[in-house]
Ligand binder design. Structure first.
Ligand SMILES: C[S@@+](CC[C@H](N)C(=O)[O-])C[C@H]1O[C@@H](n2cnc3c(N)ncnc32)[C@H](O)[C@@H]1O
Length: 197
């Protein structure tokens, strides 16, 4: 999907995936540290939630409309975030910078997926955490949101290979109810990842 697709989706007044953070992110009870990077963060619901918890949050997305909406959501909720409009193909991951990196339903073509996932480990500080939820390839059978093509959906093997440098990697493939705005709406095949550097 191209950036124009996302700009079209986010130009509406309503928040496409709602104003509340993703359930899997909200369930995490371990400390995430101070500096958090949210990638492919769309309209900012996860980053704003983390800022409400007192974290120093940077949110990256290449959609100008998404970045406009994340600033709007932060204002509505009375918190500050650092929005960055950037294509992850060109985004510079600085080494040993982040206490946690969060990617919620960030689906990329294989080359970009490998490139982004391959830089997460070095971008985290020692002990830093990766929190990721993605749709699994089986999601093509559910049709309740996410990409409609398996090439943009992920398998456990792909993620294990991409993230093999992590000292600890927990991957949970499951079916769960996802209700997030207009576009994620029911039983879904997801992969949930917690990594530690
Ligand atoms: C399904 S949305 C998820 C948004 C957000 N993480 C959430 O959970 O609400 C996927 C996001 O990935 C972003 N995205 C896709 N490819 C990207 C790229 N190459 N660089 C930056 N953002 C990208 C899109 O703009 C879109 O906002």
């Amino acid at each position: 999907m191209q950036v124009e697709f996302w700009n079209e989706r986010y130009k509406e007044q309503v928040f496409a995936y709602g104003m509340e953070a993703n359930d899997f992110l909200q369930e995490q009870t371990f400390p995430l540290g101070s500096k958090i990077l949210c990638l492919a963060e769309g309209e900012g619901r996860n980053g704003v939630f983390l800022a409400e918890q007192g974290h120093d949050v940077t949110c990256v997305d290449y959609s100008e409309e998404g970045v406009r909406k994340m600033a709007q959501l932060a204002e509505i909720k009375g918190v500050q975030i650092h929005p960055i409009c950037a294509d992850l193909n060109e985004f510079e991951f600085k080494e040993n910078t982040w206490d946690a990196i969060v990617i919620i339903f960030g689906h990329f073509p294989e080359d970009l997926r490998k490139k982004v996932h391959g830089q997460l480990f070095k971008a985290l500080k020692d002990g830093g955490k990766l929190v990721m939820e993605s749709y699994h390839k089986d999601q093509v059978n559910y049709k309740t949101g996410g990409p409609m093509t398996t090439t943009l959906l992920y398998s456990e093997e792909e993620l294990r290979s991409d993230l093999s440098t992590f000292h600890s990697l927990k991957i949970n493939q499951t079916i769960r109810e996802v209700h997030e705005g207009e576009f994620h709406f029911g039983n879904a095949a997801v992969i949930q990842v917690i990594g530690e550097k």
